[in-house]
Write a protein that binds this ligand. Sequence first.
Ligand code: 5GP
Ligand code: ZN
Length: 113
Amino acid sequence: MNCVFCDIAAGRRQAAIVYEDEQVVAFHDINPQAPVHVLVIPREHIPGPLAIAAPHEALAGHMLVVAGQVAQDLGIATDGYRLVLNQGTLGGQSVFHLHLHLLGGRRMRWPPG
Ligand code: 5GP
Ligand code: ZN
């Protein structure tokens, strides 16, 4: 299967990795939308938020824990940040491997548009 995030997780594609463990990889987005824009992905290929099922509950929780740790490490935790999961076409999803966006370093707008 052709999946850029599987390639990053497997080390077949270069990425600026900020954290990794046996379950997840976190790396800088190639087209950042904020001064800090990191993606947290599971190593397992899960197509998107809608495909998160009961067996993934611990993994999904771990993605949130890691996002908080990365926010601390990159110095955006105190001022605040945004976590985003895009699902499907209207949700703005363009890569169909689950990824949690961690955005910070500027004031976020609401509604997000
Ligand atoms: P989505 O629109 O699916 O929620 O977000 C996909 C994100 O992946 C986008 O922000 C896009 O810039 C990022 N992205 C796509 N391909 C690559 C890549 O090869 N490397 C990195 N680091 N980010 C990527
Ligand atoms: Zn994948």
